[in-house]
Design a protein around this ligand. Sequence first.
Ligand code: M6R
Length: 361
Amino acid sequence: EKNGYPHFMLKEIFEQPLVVRRILSTLERDKDKFIFEDIKNVDISWEKIRKVFIVGCGTSYHAGYYAKFLWEKELPYFIEVELASQMHHRNLNIPEETLFITISQSGETADVISTLRKVKENGFKVLSLVNNPQSTVARESDYFINLRAGVEIGVAATKTFMAELVYLELLKEYIKSRLYNIKIDLDKWNMLPTYLESYLSQIKDRVFEVAKKYYHKRNFLYLARGKNFPLALEGALKLKEISYIHAEGIPAGEMKHGPIALLDPETPVFGIVYKDETYSKMINNLEEAKARKAPIIAIGNEWDEKLESLVDDLIPVPNVDPFYYPYMGAMVLQLFAYHVANLLGREIDQPRNLAKSVTVE
Ligand code: M6R
């Protein structure tokens, strides 16, 4: 069943291009716009919505947090993201024109189910992204998008995270095309699986090499800004849950408000530093880390000499359309956590104290 891979997690990491291809195969041209299979059953008046409230746990929460940055940049909605476990303690003074989106791989996460029921009781519509169409969340939501990632066995979510990112971005493109009558660049999407495939084979040895250099460290700080920050959270979560190494995702701008005190030569910093709107501030933050002698690993653009001279280990993304970076970066973070955990001899597919589906609040 593992197709020759030593762990399900590694198999599932390498399945990601295929998952994306499967999702994109449900896309059809609709005159000069596009439509995808599951959206046909979603009967929402997108022009009436003012607010979108996204809820999930763990990795699914990170996907929602990432989508917040994408959506609020291009859609006329106020976007809020919350952990499902925090929703118990929130007061729903929310305007009527709010759409709830819940995200859950299993569709059985107790906190997500209770949020779903609570907001439905309050009269809101819920659209869910779920990997199991038979699950409680899928059945009880008003609208449902099947993530189509296939069964995920490793406790660490990998290919379902990819499917969540893809569907959230596709959904944004779909809404944008409907609200503004804009044509969407489908060629860019169609290249995604091929790019991910070649990127995986290009970086797999490099990531292993970097993991070998750092796997004995006991603390890692993942730094990023803006839309890259949820990816830093996800990288840190992957590392801690399967390797049992303490790892934190920190918005780089917050370092000087406290966490910078943690830096020393034993605490590697893992930066996400693409040539995007966060670049120059990220470089400053990494310079501050370097001055404290922290070893620095970074995902960044290839041929970025400035970054290369600053960091100890660069894991490059090719200089393609920035649209592709988060998808590529997510795979690097997963592979890095995998190799570190494997080098430490951890139970990768079944980490201690964790269950694949969290059915208690
Ligand atoms: O099934 P869900 O997406 O609702 O699960 C949410 C979290 O329990 C899950 O993402 C968890 O954090 C993973 N083990 C992360 O890899």
